[in-house]
Design a protein around this ligand. Structure first.
Ligand code: AMP
Length: 396
């Protein structure tokens, strides 16, 4: 496989699939440029190597073709400033304008193409559309990890038109390297911490982790389906009744495989789903009717902290409670801090999934964990053991 650090970009036009799917306000100003910032090292590498970059991305979910609020032209001023280059813009991602602008590119130039999803063919993975997209480039690079689990025209299908000249950008390279560290070259003990709202979205990941981890810690709304499975009274807590049986079989499987499955023993309960609700600590098995568990309790935090601090590899996905509400954020914050502490003592920690990333950022711990994955869905699918189309297209 070609490597960005050693690839010869000189006089080549590199078509890069980036993830510039950034939030815009009503004035079309970028409210969080994290995704653009993350791609800057990749783009600069191409430019400093004597190449030109043609950038393509999606933005939002346009339903029927072009719409002002989904135009990537809103990104041009910020990108130009970040790169110190006057970024050119093609108002259509395929066709003559894009081709003509691409022909005029000199080493060091950057061209941004209009939103790929103005065409339905993009998400359908249409081959002819991918061929048209491929036309202006000599090299194809994928640096959009967030969409690597989709077989879209620009993320996977297009790679066939560059059999010799395709590679990962830095974001993709780092994501794959760091996730591989957790699932393939694991230092033991390996602890996975799973939280968030529901078990349903995480069954496959739990199943795939059982033959890898030593400890599996469960928190968040999903804990109550397990507690119910063991016969506890969960009151009005979040429950997926159709998964109670599944929770039981996961626990059974964990036992057979020698995995320590830890379900919280205490919880913070509230009489309403609101930060202002009355709240108190409770045993997880005796939650009164009318009350719901919204965070893990003090004893659980203490136990989880000890396990985390004795781990060498840590994977965290999903908050321990409703951390958006101050009164139910204690568990999530404590777990984030324990992970930071373990990392300081030499553990490798990988954080992924929208809400755990938000929590790590909220508590200012981003620099204190080993790696924060940018692609929630893509990371989970990779850990589940699925081959990501965007990764496969470059590797094969
Ligand atoms: P997910 O997208 O599945 O990772 O779920 C994240 C969401 O789970 C966050 O918005 C949390 O507020 C929510 N959550 C965490 N714990 C609970 C709980 N005990 N009850 C209800 N929602 C929760």
């Amino acid at each position: 496989m070609k490597n960005i650090d050693t690839f010869n970009f000189s006089n080549r036009k590199v078509l890069v699939r980036v993830d510039f799917n950034v939030p815009l306000n009503d004035k079309f100003e970028i409210t969080d440029p994290t995704r653009i910032d993350a791609a800057i090292p990749t783009i600069k590498k191409i430019l400093s190597g004597g190449g030109a970059a043609i950038l393509m991305s999606h933005l939002g979910r346009p339903k029927n073709g072009p719409e002002e609020k989904f135009s990537l032209k809103h990104v041009v001023p910020y990108l130009s400033k970040k790169l110190g280059v006057d970024v050119k813009f093609a108002d259509d991602c395929i066709g003559d304008t894009a081709k003509e602008l691409a022909v005029g590119l000199r080493p060091g130039d950057v061209l941004l193409l209009e939103n790929l999803r103005y065409y339905k063919e993009e998400t359908k993975g249409d081959v002819e559309f991918a061929r048209k997209l491929s036309e202006p480039g000599d090299v194809y690079m994928n640096d959009a990890f967030g969409t690597a689990h989709r077989a879209h025209a620009s993320t996977a299908i297009i790679a066939q038109f560059f059999p010799e000249d395709k590679l990962f950008g830095y974001i993709m390279q780092n994501e794959v390297k760091n996730i591989d560290k957790v699932i393939h070259n694991t230092q033991k003990p390996f602890t996975a911490i799973l939280g968030g709202a529901k078990v349903s979205g995480k069954i496959e990941i739990i199943n795939n982790l059982l033959d890898k981890v030593d400890n599996l810690l469960i928190g968040g709304g999903m804990m109550f389906t397990f507690i119910k499975a063991f016969g506890g009274n969960v009151g009005n807590s979040l429950i997926e009744d159709d998964l109670v049986e599944m929770a039981r079989s996961i626990a059974e499987k964990a036992k057979q495989m020698g995995v320590n499955l830890y379900i919280p023993t205490d919880t913070v309960i509230a009489n309403d789903f609101s930060n202002d609700a009355d709240h108190k600590e409770s045993d997880v098995n005796t939650i009164p009717d009318g009350w719901m568990g919204l965070d893990i309790g003090t004893e659980t935090v203490r136990k989880f902290t000890v396990i985390i601090e004795n781990s060498k590899t840590i994977l965290w996905n999903g908050p321990m409670g409703v951390f958006e509400m101050e009164n139910f954020a204690t568990g999530t914050k404590a777990i984030a801090e324990a992970i930071a502490m373990a990392t300081e003592n030499g553990a490798f920690s990988l954080i992924g999934g929208g809400d755990s990333v938000a929590a790590i950022n909220k508590y200012g711990l981003k620099e204190k964990v080993s790696y924060v994955s940018t692609g929630g869905g893509a990371m989970l699918e990779y850990i589940e053991g699925k081959e990501l189309p965007g990764v496969k297209a470059i590797k094969e």
